[in-house]
Design a protein around this ligand. Structure first.
Ligand code: IPM
Ligand code: MN
Length: 362
């Protein structure tokens, strides 16, 4: 198959980790007889520096015409002046919105070899396999913002349609897994959450009678996620709660550097990025964990290109690399940590080992 993939390295460790993912995708293309064309464009702080805007017209245009977008990370201290008119993060938010990517899938399945890096007791982590479905284009991140010298406000708003479509997507995903959905809100305080709960209950009852739905308040959920993570299957929640809960959930996996994400809309085109940020403290030192970006590339193959075997192949290779102790600094405790490049080579080595009969497809 031929696919156009836009690569947006962005800021900080973004360029290092997306380069790793591109290497892995290139190897997969060779092994399976595909042709992936990579087109690099600017976003975030790098784009502000080059042309004054965090999402240049040219970048957006390329993304709108690609089969999929692979993104590194945006932001950094250089662009964090609180009085700045433009910020790197605006580029990412605008891109998600312009592409209509309202569903952000964040799978969390701790690897046995990385449990030692997690700050949670290992017996709580065995068998954890959950998927957070974060609403991505609504809520407080996108509401009207006001600022005066002695006051500030951010509006949180959700429409019925916005809640319906994300809950529907979460129910479909739950149906294909263990059939359990946990909807997270703050319905004891927020009006948007009361709407969310009402709509979620109705969609699940009317359209997905086979999916078992429960509701949790976000504060309690933050606790349950650490105390009994094994009990959860699919968790669906609004934009900001999902952002916060998934950084927390990354500690179940051992490192923020391990979690990939897929941002999807109604069509096949998607945006794939690690859940981590630009990590300016380690940027340019060749020590970032490339696995979240590589695993995001696997999600890209599965969701945008429907290349399921190829996606499985990448996930298996990362799993085997971890199993063999290929740890970057965020995961390593006693052994000498691997560089970004060395960890990528470990994945590539396992990809090649896997080389099954070469399947040619068109
Ligand atoms: C994420 C990030 C972004 C978000 C930032 C960079 C805008 O934290 O993808 O989780 O909050 O969505
Ligand atoms: Mn985040």
């Amino acid at each position: 198959m031929h696919a156009e993939i836009v690569v947006l390295p962005g800021d900080g460790i973004g360029p290092e980790v997306t380069a790793a993912a591109v290497d892995v995708l290139t190897a997969v293309a060779r092994n399976f007889g595909h042709c992936f064309n990579f087109q690099h464009h600017l976003i975030g702080g790098a784009a502000i520096d080059a042309c004054g805007a965090p999402l240049p017209e040219e970048t957006l245009h390329a993304c709108q015409h690609a089969d999929a977008v692979l993104l590194g990370a945006v932001g950094g201290p250089k662009w964090s002046d609180p009085n700045a008119r433009v910020r790197p993060e605006q580029g990412l938010l605008a891109l998600r919105q312009a592409l209509g990517l309202y569903a952000n899938l964040r799978p969390v399945a701790p690897h046995p070899a990385a449990l030692g890096a997690a700050p949670i007791k290992p017996h709580l982590l065995a068998g954890v396999d959950l998927l957070v479905v974060r609403e991505l284009t609504g809520g407080i991140y996108f509401g009207d913002k006001q600022r005066s010298p002695d006051h500030a406000s951010d509006l949180c708003s959700y429409s019925v349609v916005e809640v319906e479509r994300i809950v529907r997507r979460a129910c479909q995903l739950a149906r294909a897994r263990r059939g359990k959905l946990t909807s997270v809100d703050k319905a004891n305080v927020l009006e948007t959450s009361r709407l969310w709960r009402e709509v979620a209950t109705r969609v699940a009852r009317e359209e997905f009678p086979d999916v078992q739905i429960e509701h949790q308040l976000v504060d309690a959920m933050a606790m349950h996620l650490l105390a009994r993570p094994r009990e959860y299957d699919v968790i669906v929640t609004e934009n900001m709660f999902g952002d916060i809960l998934t950084d927390e959930a990354s500690m179940l996996a051992g490192s923020l550097g391990l979690l990939p994400s897929a941002s999807l809309g109604d069509g096949r085109r998607g945006l794939y990025e690690p859940i981590h940020g630009s990590a300016p403290d380690i940027a340019g030192r060749g020590m970032a964990n490339p696995y979240a970006s590589i695993l995001s590339a696997a999600l890209l193959l599965r969701h945008s290109l429907e290349l399921v075997d190829e996606a499985d192949c990448i996930e298996r290779a990362v799993s085997e690399a971890l199993h063999a102790g290929a740890f970057t600094a965020d995961l390593a405790s006693t052994t000498a940590p691997l560089s970004t490049r060395a960890a990528t080579r470990a994945v590539l080595a396992h990809l090649c080992e896997e080389r099954q009969p070469i399947v040619m497809r068109d």
